[in-house]
Structures are given as structure tokens and as C-alpha cells.
Design a protein around this ligand. Structure first.
Ligand code: AMP
Length: 276
């Protein structure tokens, strides 16, 4: 893979990279399309990264569908699929880790100890193999995107980090996620409260509310009405640092994580200060 990428670069081609854990859906494919628009050669990876799972059972049951994923990527015109084995990425004796320290301790990182260390490490490794001109990540995983941008800046990586908007189910607004396949019908219904809650905050903002507390409360009310949904965190934060914000006086992110049964879902909504 390193050789293929190097040859493409040496021929003056622009390399775009889309890392995934497979179980591909329209969200992933939208990132592939974004990459296709800007690259001569697009490489996608499918690697269910054991290092970023803080629960063994979550890793074990994570949806795997490599052949189907390959078909979907071929249909999108992806040039190469990189699908390494865990033993290739983490051989015997592996002992080096990347930690984006402060950012990785907040919210999603606090709920999932070690998660962002696993993410940052595998992404750096993949970028080292491919050395692409750019890599594309989804805004759905907002804190992951912030971690990767921070790492790219801090470690002076020569890869530009691009992002694509969250793709949602047209019917119920649930953000597409490989884990959605693990929801039963009542679970899916409960999950639909998440986009409704985010919209409620957006509507409160449009109605003139700017302070964090009432915006969060608008969101929380919708979530609380759904018994099967257990909120993990809900916060209004700065999109780069993930520090809490008192109000939407500058672009902000409303981020949340919730459990429906034993399926953990995350989502977010960007909130912009209304024009004066
Ligand atoms: P994953 O396979 O879940 O690790 O995701 C691979 C990439 O796809 C990450 O950059 C995710 O943020 C992105 N992604 C996942 N779900 C969506 C979605 N619904 N819309 C846009 N991007 C997504």
C-alpha cells in the first residue's frame, strides 16, 4: 500500500484518503464522493481498530461486511481499498501511542477512556503509510474530527484534514451509523428522539434564545420523553477545544451521547449566532 501511494505521488497525482471501520453506508460514501471531487486517486480504508474500543463486546459485535463494502467502494469509483489485519497494524511488541491530551479527556473521551488515543494512533499510522494530500472525516464524529485536526497541527502532518457534513436518514433524521444496524424497531424509534432534540435546540435558538442552559433544556426535554433512551452527556461546546460555552455568541456545537439499550449513539448540531 505504501508503494502504491508513493508511486501515485511521484507521478504528480493528488491523493485523497477516506478512513473507515467498514459497515459502509451513505455517510461514508458521501465522504468518498467529496474525496473524488478533489483527488486524482482515492484510497479508502476499512479497519475495525481494536485500539479504539473501550469495550471488548462492542469490538466483537461491530458490524463487519468487507466484501459488501468493497462493492460499494468500487461502485463509487474508489481506486484502492486498504484493509489491513489487526496483527499488521499492531504486531507483537507494539508500544507507541499518540495522545491528544486535553481534548481526549473531555466528553466522549471521558465516557470512553482510551478511545481517542486509539483513534489518533491508528489515523497517524494510516497517514504515515499513505501520506495522502488530504484525508476526509465526518462531522458526525465532531470530537474525533477536532482530535485529528489538533494532532495534524501539533505534529505538523503534511496531510490536509477535510470534513463532510452528517448524512441523516431521510425519514427519521437519525444520523447514519454502522451501529444503527444493532437497533431493533423500538430502539430505532427511541433513537429518532436524538435528531428531534437537536432540532428543538435549533428552533429555540431561532426563537431568540442564546444562552446555553435554555438551549440544553429544550434538547433535554425531548430526550426525557423517550424512556428507552438514556442520556450520557449533552453539552454546548467550542467546536475546536470542546470547552463548554455559556451561550451561542460564536459558532458552537451541541454535542450529545445516549444509549438505547446497549447501543451507544452520538450526534451533534452546529449552532451559529443569529445575524444581528
Ligand atoms: P466509522 O466507520 O464510523 O469510523 O466512520 C468513518 C468516517 O465516516 C468517519 O470520519 C465518520 O465521521 C464518518 N461518518 C460516519 N457516519 C457518518 C454520517 N452519518 N455522515 C457523515 N460522515 C459519517
Amino acid at each position: 500500500m505504501r508503494q502504491i501511494a508513493r508511486q501515485a505521488r511521484n507521478r504528480g497525482l493528488r491523493l485523497g484518503f477516506v478512513p473507515t471501520m467498514g459497515g459502509l453506508h451513505e455517510g461514508h460514501l458521501s465522504l468518498v464522493r467529496l474525496a473524488k471531487e478533489q483527488a486524482d486517486v482515492v484510497i479508502a480504508s476499512v479497519f475495525v481498530n481494536p485500539a479504539q474500543f473501550n469495550e471488548e463486546s462492542d469490538y466483537e459485535r461491530y458490524p463487519r461486511s468487507l466484501m459488501r463494502d468493497a462493492d460499494l467502494l468500487i461502485a463509487e469509483g474508489v481506486d484502492y481499498l486498504f484493509a489491513p489485519e489487526p496483527a499488521e497494524m499492531y504486531p507483537e511488541g507494539f508500544d507507541s501511542w499518540v495522545e491528544v491530551e486535553r481534548l481526549s479527556r473531555k466528553l466522549e473521551g471521558a465516557s470512553r477512556p482510551g478511545h481517542f488515543r486509539g483513534v489518533a494512533t491508528v489515523v497517524l499510522k494510516l497517514l504515515q503509510v499513505l501520506q495522502p494530500h488530504f484525508a476526509v472525516f465526518g462531522e458526525k464524529d465532531a470530537q474525533q474530527l477536532a482530535v485529528i485536526r489538533r494532532m495534524a497541527r501539533d505534529l505538523m502532518l503534511d496531510t490536509e484534514i477535510l470534513s463532510g457534513p452528517t448524512v441523516r436518514d431521510e425519514q427519521d433524521g437519525v444520523a447514519l451509523s454502522s451501529r444503527n444496524a444493532l437497533l431493533d424497531d423500538p430502539g430505532r424509534e427511541a433513537a429518532a428522539a436524538i435528531p428531534r432534540a437537536l432540532r428543538a435546540a435549533g428552533e429555540a435558538l431561532a426563537g431568540g434564545e442564546r444562552a446555553a442552559d435554555p438551549l440544553l433544556e429544550a434538547c433535554r426535554q425531548v430526550l426525557a420523553a423517550e424512556e428507552r433512551l438514556e442520556l450520557d452527556y449533552l453539552a454546548l461546546v467550542d467546536p475546536e477545544s470542546f470547552d463548554p460555552l455559556e451561550s451561542v455568541s460564536r459558532p458552537a456545537l451541541l454535542v450529545l451521547a445516549a444509549r438505547v439499550g446497549d447501543v451507544r449513539l452520538i450526534d451533534n448540531q452546529r449552532l451559529e449566532p443569529p445575524a444581528e
